[in-house]
Design a protein around this ligand. Structure first.
Ligand SMILES: *Cc1c(COP(=O)(O)O)cnc(C)c1O
Length: 369
């Protein structure tokens, strides 16, 4: 790659290939793989990632909302797409674009059956979501009787899979809780299968569960963050390669004197004669304001440069007093030397939030390193 000459987000598809192979090497050969590409592929480019995942052999894709699924269809992606959290207002579009809904409550199930019948559908594939302890979305175990009644009253939809989501699969201290979620999922789905009298896929694992709980593998796994190069655990991260590289440049260098201040609210005051670099990236681009005041840093000429003062909307300033650099030089904000997990932790957040907040105004550049 040539050096960055403006703020860019590189999306390394070879890193994605590597991560996909690492994650799936942990699975039985028959287990299906669902690649999670919600939130524009964790802040990258949903369609580019989806296309590559299909190429790699992924069986399913998932997004959170219907409009994200529409974007994939508009980009020519034909693979099955599970919409994890659809709203009834979008069911017409969902059916027109052949997206597959997660049904997670009585309201949503009733409303989807009505829509599928209105569209004269037969056996439209749906996915039932059960709550086993996350208490976020999903039917409860005592809903199975009612769901079965509803389903046997229509031929418009058919259950293609049943799934649940783990609350703390990355957290070894919550092992008992997680094992209980797995047990509860098994009990619910056995009950549902015997009531419905047909087979469907079961899935419960996200990235950390694939690596920590082989007993939760079932028929398919849903991997998101691991594909993008982060495993919620330093020992797993060593096997993964970051897909996203956020780069920018030095717009301007200032020499400042003792006592001079930098940025809004004069939040930083120079202690001596210092050199600062102003970068064309700010909180509107997704750099959290909480990284200001030396909480976070960037990489310039291979060295760490602290963010000084408050992060502005469109720029931020870093301390380059002891770094050999000049205007126009490349700056690494996220990459191998500054993983999203590390930068996120400095701002009291997690790689998921940092990556998915990267603004659409940053130019995406797809590459293979
Ligand atoms: C986002 C999401 C995933 C992916 O989780 P990762 O930790 O990124 O692998 C899986 N399942 C559901 C229901 C999700 O919402």
């Amino acid at each position: 790659m040539p050096k960055a000459s403006e703020t860019i987000l590189e999306i390394d598809l070879n890193a994605l290939d590597h991560n996909y192979r690492f994650i799936t090497s942990n699975l039985k050969p028959t287990t299906r793989v669902l690649g999670v590409v919600k939130a524009s592929g964790y802040g990258s480019d949903g369609a580019e990632i989806a296309r590559e995942l299909v190429e790699l052999g992924a069986d399913y894709l998932a997004v959170a909302y219907v409009n994200e699924g529409v974007e994939l269809r508009d980009a020519g992606i034909e693979a099955p797409v599970l919409v994890l959290h659809p709203q009834p207002v979008n069911f017409d579009v969902l059916i027109e674009r052949c997206l597959e809904p997660a049904l997670y409550s009585a309201r949503v199930l009733k409303s989807f059956i009505a829509k599928a019948e209105e569209h004269s559908q037969k056996d439209y594939p749906v996915h039932l979501k059960f709550n086993t302890g996350l208490n976020r979305l999903g039917f409860w175990e005592n809903d199975t009787e009612w769901i079965t009644e509803r389903l046997s009253g229509t031929s418009a939809i058919k259950v293609k899979s049943m799934f649940s989501h783990l609350a703390a699969s990355e957290d070894a201290s919550e092992k008992d809780f997680t094992l209980n979620q797995i047990k509860s999922f098994k009990a619910i789905t056995e009950d549902m299968r015997s009531k419905l009298g047909y087979e469907m896929m079961l899935h419960q694992s996200n990235t950390s569960a694939i690596l920590n709980y082989p007993e939760a593998e079932f028929d398919m796994v849903r991997t998101g963050i691991g594909l993008y190069g982060y495993g919620n655990n330093p020992s797993i991260d060593t096997h993964l390669i970051p897909v996203l590289h956020l780069k920018t440049v030095i717009s301007q260098i200032h020499m400042i004197e003792p006592g001079e201040t930098v940025g809004y609210n004069r939040a930083y005051a120079a202690k001596g004669y210092e050199k600062t670099a102003t970068l064309p990236i700010g909180h509107a681009d997704g750099i959290p304001r909480s990284l200001g005041n030396k909480k976070g840093s960037v990489i310039i000429s291979g060295q760490k440069a602290d963010i000084i003062g408050n992060v502005c909307m469109d720029m931020m300033m870093v301390d380059v007093t002891n770094i050999d650099c000049k205007e126009g030089d490349e700056v690494i904000v996220i990459g191998e030397k500054m993983p999203a997990s590390e930068l996120a932790a400095a701002g009291n957040t997690i790689s998921y939030e940092l990556l998915t907040a990267l603004s659409h105004r940053i130019k995406r550049v797809v590459c293979r390193k």
